[in-house]
Design a protein. Structure first.
Length: 486
């Protein structure tokens, strides 16, 4: 991985230096706990998919300040030589916990918790947000698109429209975690060992004297992956008939017709796909694939499915790789607890006139509560780190903003799972490396723990995310103390 030590906002380093000098010259040594979380599901979705943790781990493992980094920082005339000398020996020594990649997550619960000397916890903020926000956004968008496709194959085709190489590479990774079957991005395929797919462009057809010859040449080169782009000139009068002719010639030569068919990239995809399907079936090619691209997103795919489009493979590019209609995930990184000079941990809270922006104080854990009969999610409960929970007694939970909204889960009718897992312990990585295709399978299982009403593309029912009584009381006490009403 590239050296990314300076992938940060300048104020992270100026704060880091201030913390450093407070410790060295004032004897004020602090450790802190920070939570990364988000406040609103992207796209009006009912959930999000956590992604990007593997790259966050790589960043922490490789977080060192090189001689070139130090020279650049010195040139800004902002940092003392004492602080720059400290940076030459910098290594992350703290603890990090996180939800595993591919996990279904909800607003306000920690995706990542950092517990470390404050200089270390502060300086990694920007990179953590950059990495996890981006991949979680794209993974969530992919999950919506895959849901709309209703079991059809979805391919990520967005590299040429991504906002730069990194967005294309890591966006492809996240898209597969969200549920895509493959990507057109060859480098992403190599880096993450994920399937790559692709056919040909209109330029291939246009480079020949006629469409039929272009199709024949392509079939000769790729008989086991013969997907022909049928809309260069006239889809129904030229493209599909010529494709049928080539498939017939292949069959006559004894070439097995396994992975073959047509791709549509323009026009009325519902009308054209149904017409093409009938033409292919009438010619005896019932196994031919009808795939489509052309500025697809989850809404268009859902509409095309509603219209009975005969498409079973969807190539989705721009609207997926950029999450065009919701281009930022909005994750934040907030201090929730501080210890000074080895003393007791003091919970911290950020207040706001907007109730949803008041943070949840203290070091925390997340309990996921499942319906015992179906395995579906009933609610998530955010609790303090020293709390325990099982299903041996009745459990009443409540909405932290509208406390009159309550739900009681009867003993033995629900199951409990803790979501946060250790990633770094005392600076050493303990998180196992996982193949992207394995994360994809895990994420698919995670999404199946949602009730249908939580997965709706439009106006989904929210999953309750509540606070334990102890955490709720702590939050109210801190608010009252700061506002002088306690």
């Amino acid at each position: 991985m590239r050296a990314l030590s300076l992938l940060t906002d300048f104020y992270e380093l100026t704060m880091m230096q201030a913390y450093f000098h407070a410790e060295r010259h004032e004897g004020r040594k602090q450790s802190a706990v920070f939570d990364m979380f988000y406040r609103e599901n992207p796209d009006g979705n009912g959930y999000a998919i956590a992604a990007g943790l593997a790259q966050a781990v790589d960043y922490i493992k490789n977080l060192r300040f090189s001689g070139e980094d130090i020279a650049y920082l010195r040139s800004t005339n902002t940092f003392t030589e004492e602080f720059l000398d400290y940076l030459t020996r910098f290594k992350f020594t703290g603890d990090i916990s996180a939800v595993p990649e591919g996990t279904v997550v909800f607003p306000n619960e920690p995706l990542l918790t950092v517990k470390a000397p404050v200089t270390e916890a502060q300086v990694i903020e920007t990179a953590m947000l950059n990495i996890i926000n981006h991949q979680s956004l794209i993974a969530t968008k992919a999950a919506r698109i895959v849901l709309a496709a209703r079991g059809d194959s979805v391919l990520e085709f967005g590299l040429r429209r991504a906002q730069g190489p990194d967005a294309g590479i890591y966006g492809a990774r996240a898209a597969v975690i969200g549920g895509c079957n493959a990507t057109s991005n060859v480098l992403a395929g190599r880096l993450f060992n994920i399937p790559v797919r692709g056919t040909h462009a209109h330029s291939w057809v246009m480079s020949f004297g006629d469409e039929l010859e272009a199709f024949r040449r392509y079939a000769e080169l790729y008989p086991q992956a013969c997907i022909l782009l049928a809309d260069t000139y006239d889809t129904l009068k030229s493209g599909v008939p010529n494709a049928i002719k080539v498939f017939g010639e292949m069959k006559a030569k004894g070439i097995p017709l396994t992975n073959y068919g047509i791709r549509l990239d323009s026009g009325d995809l519902a009308y054209l796909s149904k017409k093409a399907r009938r033409m292919l079936d009438a010619a005896g090619f019932t196994g031919a694939v009808v795939s489509a691209s052309s500025d697809l997103d989850e809404h268009l795919i859902a509409d095309l499915k509603l219209q009975g489009a005969a498409i079973t493979t969807w190539g989705v590019g721009t609207n997926l790789i950029t999450s065009r209609d919701y281009p930022a995930f909005g994750g934040v990184y907030k201090m929730v607890s501080v210890s000074t000079n080895g003393g007791p941990w003091q919970p911290k809270i950020k207040l706001s006139e907007n109730p949803v922006k008041i943070t949840n104080p203290g070091e925390k854990k997340i309990f996921r509560l499942y319906d015992g009969a179906t395995g579906k999610i009933k609610a998530d409960l955010i609790a303090l780190a020293d709390e325990a929970l099982d299903n041996s007694t009745n459990l009443t939970i409540f909405d932290p903003l509208a406390t009159w909204k309550r739900m009681t889960l009867k003993a033995k009718t629900f199951n409990v799972r803790e979501l946060l897992e250790p990633v770094f312990v005392k600076g050493e990585c303990v998180y196992p490396e996982r193949a992207v295709t394995d994360i994809r399978a895990y994420s698919a299982a995670e999404q199946n723990t949602l009730w249908d009403e939580h997965r709706r593309l439009t106006n989904p029912h929210p999953v309750p995310v509540d606070l334990s009584q102890r955490l709720y009381d702590l939050k109210q006490d801190l608010i009252a103390e700061i506002r002088g009403t306690k």
